[in-house]
Design a protein around this ligand. Structure first.
Ligand SMILES: *[C@@H]1O[C@H](CO)[C@@H](O)[C@H](O)[C@H]1NC(C)=O
Ligand SMILES: *[C@@H]1O[C@H](CO)[C@@H](O)[C@H](O)[C@H]1NC(C)=O
Ligand SMILES: *[C@@H]1O[C@H](CO)[C@@H](O)[C@H](O)[C@H]1NC(C)=O
Ligand SMILES: *[C@@H]1O[C@H](CO)[C@@H](O)[C@H](O)[C@H]1NC(C)=O
Ligand SMILES: *[C@@H]1O[C@H](CO)[C@@H](O)[C@H](O)[C@H]1NC(C)=O
Ligand SMILES: *[C@@H]1O[C@H](CO)[C@@H](O)[C@H](O)[C@H]1NC(C)=O
Ligand SMILES: *[C@@H]1O[C@H](CO)[C@@H](O)[C@H](O)[C@H]1NC(C)=O
Ligand SMILES: *[C@@H]1O[C@H](CO)[C@@H](O)[C@H](O)[C@H]1NC(C)=O
Ligand SMILES: *[C@@H]1O[C@H](CO)[C@@H](O)[C@H](O)[C@H]1NC(C)=O
Ligand SMILES: *[C@@H]1O[C@H](CO)[C@@H](O)[C@H](O)[C@H]1NC(C)=O
Ligand SMILES: *[C@@H]1O[C@H](CO)[C@@H](O)[C@H](O)[C@H]1NC(C)=O
Length: 502
């Protein structure tokens, strides 16, 4: 359970800052001047500022020959790779996962995959601004390899729009018997490849990977080598159903009920202590107000017990989360979720403005916020799991439901923090403009004896494969803009954070 900051720790901040500033060397701890605190359920959490920045160039290609892009859709720190070096730096490997490929003109037959990125983090704590070029040495990133994701029997997966439905297969014959596949999204009746628009990613203790997607919206389990072994289907209220109640997974028109197109399970998180897998819908289902951006703030968080790999994971929890609104009352949809401690989560909510957005360079909201479900109503396995009982109508939540407590925490567009790394928000629209779409979170311990609750928080952008020198499934393309994939690292104090299994 969470505990409050002790007076000893607070004193440590002051002494640590004084000691470091007296030496003519890079600060060994973050400068306290820009700390931002949040309180949730009586616990104080601290954002100690940005400490690392790195990038992968927009024209980089992966080992399959496709442009490397979209990778901030989900990240995870690969288990067993996080190391503290004696010179103050840290090394590790990040899994980074693209969504459905370069799909600005149309969806493409892009095979689902994840990449491994090796990095060296040399945290930068000084308040002095670095140049954009110098800042890139604070997080040096190196592409290592790509692991493609395959359907059952090694079939290729695809990023094409899901116009077809593969019927359920019962008693699937593998070691995970008696599991079965629910009806699955496929390209169409003749090109029957499983189509995936991947967003969330969790690595399990046994090395298998849970991947959440937007078409189903489903959660797939893959072996470490990328072979599909299991699928979780959410309740009917979440599934995209047509007017006669049939499944239609397409991402083009709105379904009659269920997840809005491209607003599927953006967030995926794992509570290792309780073996629970959590998925967060990007915004409200259609019946809950999801068709309109001024009423789509009531989204749902779902939890499955995944402790027994031989059984179909039971739905054990479902809660309502109210997403933050813009000044004009539009929803800042949620792009990622991370587990902190029992009932407490980080959520990444944002607009899409910044580098790569063709509308505006000035972002108003890009935050990693905190929320708690300690006092929220668990609506799992109730009438709300049926599409005919919405949780909210016209933006008004059903009064029988208490939503999660949601508090503002860490801004990705703070001008002072961006300036320290040669970055900015708003014009000019150049390589030093903050990317529009950050969609991923990973945590690693600082291993600082004076601050045992301090963690590095990684977030990576989804650049939508935007480059002037692109290759998509063998076909060259030019998007007219080069949006590098930006990697940001912050240092945060998260009292009570439970095992993050790295
Ligand atoms: C960090 O700041 C200290 C003064 O507080 C200065 O002596 C040192 O050169 C700075 N280091 C860098 C890398 O900017
Ligand atoms: C925020 O919390 C830190 C401890 O993590 C403390 O040193 C600082 O004074 C707090 N700042 C504010 C404005 O409350
Ligand atoms: C839950 O409610 C209790 C009692 O009202 C309150 O003390 C606590 O702070 C609340 N927790 C959250 C996370 O809102
Ligand atoms: C990416 O573009 C830069 C600048 O045009 C060029 O120097 C570099 O060789 C390109 N890299 C790849 C992998 O094409
Ligand atoms: C620490 O050593 C690693 C490995 O040699 C190196 O990559 C990194 O830049 C070094 N860090 C500092 C702060 O010098
Ligand atoms: C999978 O995709 C690759 C690359 O497009 C292709 O070479 C291979 O034939 C495909 N395999 C199947 C079984 O469709
Ligand atoms: C799903 O909807 C799309 C667009 O309306 C349509 O083209 C497709 O045939 C539908 N698929 C099924 C399985 O009904
Ligand atoms: C099914 O999809 C494939 C791949 O995009 C396409 O070539 C084919 O024309 C499609 N078939 C139908 C019936 O739409
Ligand atoms: C709804 O979906 C079902 C199953 O995919 C399909 O058979 C039916 O034709 C669809 N109904 C309409 C009105 O599109
Ligand atoms: C609120 O939900 C309850 C079910 O818990 C339902 O009976 C009631 O009609 C709903 N109220 C509204 C206004 O929709
Ligand atoms: C550092 O960057 C910030 C944000 O861009 C800027 O306001 C500030 O003037 C810069 N400081 C210096 C000393 O250049």
């Amino acid at each position: 359970m969470a505990k409050a900051l002790s007076a000893f720790v607070l004193l440590g901040v002051a002494l640590g800052a004084l000691a470091s500033q007296s030496k003519s060397a890079p600060l060994a701890e973050p400068a306290a001047a820009n700390f931002v605190n949040a309180t949730l359920g009586g616990v104080a959490y601290t954002n100690k500022g940005m400490v690392g920045f790195g990038l992968m160039p927009s024209n980089f290609t992966d080992s399959t020959g496709d442009t490397f892009g979209g990778v901030g859709s989900a990240i995870a720190l690969k288990r067993g790779t996080w190391k503290q070096l004696s010179n103050g730096s840290f090394t590790g490997t990040l899994f980074v996962q693209p969504d459905r490929g370069y799909n600005v003109i149309t969806t493409v037959d892009y095979r689902a995959r994840h990449h491994e990125i090796n990095f060296v983090l040399s945290p930068y704590y000084n308040t002095t601004n670095l140049t954009f070029a110098a800042a890139q040495s604070t997080l040096a990133v190196h592409y290592a390899k790509t692991i493609l994701h395959y359907d059952r029997w090694n079939g290729n997966t695809s990023g094409l729009d899901a116009l077809g439905v593969r019927p359920a297969v019962l008693g699937f014959p593998n070691k995970y018997l008696p599991l079965s596949d629910p009806p699955l999204p496929i390209a169409n009746a003749t090109y029957t490849h499983l189509t995936i628009d991947a967003e969330g990613l969790v690595e399990m203790p046994d090395g298998t990977l849970w991947v959440s997607d937007e078409y189903g919206p489903y959660i797939y389990r893959f072996t470490a080598n990328g072979r599909l072994i299991q699928t979780i289907q959410p309740p009917a209220a979440i599934l995209p159903l047509n007017v006669t109640g049939g499944l239609n997974f397409t991402s083009v028109p709105n379904p009659t009920t269920g997840r809005a197109p491209n607003q599927g399970f953006e967030g995926l998180a794992y509570d290792q202590t309780r073996s629970r897998l959590y998925a967060l819908l990007q915004s409200a289902t259609i019946q809950d107000g999801g068709a309109v951006d001024t009423t789509q703030q009531w989204t749902r968080l779902l939890a499955w017990d995944v402790s027994n790999p031989l059984e179909r994971p039971p739905l054990v929890g479902e809660w309502v989360v109210e997403l933050p609104l813009t000044k004009k009352g539009k929803t800042n949809a949620a792009s990622e979720l991370h587990f902190v401690s029992e009932n407490v989560f980080l959520a990444l909510s944002r607009d899409g403005k910044g580098r790569g957005d063709d509308g505006s360079t000035t972002s108003a909201y890009k935050q990693v916020d905190l929320f708690s479900i300690a006092n929220a109503t668990n609506i799992a396995n109730t009438a709300f799991d049926s599409p005919s009982t919405p949780i909210a109508v016209n933006g008004v939540l059903n009064s029988t439901i208490t939503p999660a407590t949601y508090v503002s925490f860490l801004s990705l567009i703070d001008g002072v923090q961006l300036g320290r790394f040669g970055l900015h928000n708003g014009d000019p629209d150049d390589a030093t403009l903050i990317d529009g779409k950050f969609e991923s979170l990973a945590l690693a311990p600082c291993r600082d004896p004076a601050f045992k609750d301090d963690y590095f928080l990684f977030t990576v952008a989804d650049n939508d494969f935007q480059t002037t020198q692109g290759v998509s499934v063998g076909v060259p393309y030019n998007m007219g803009v080069d949006e590098d994939t930006q990697f940001l690292v912050f240092r945060v104090t998260l009292p009570g954070l439970e095992s993050i299994g790295i």
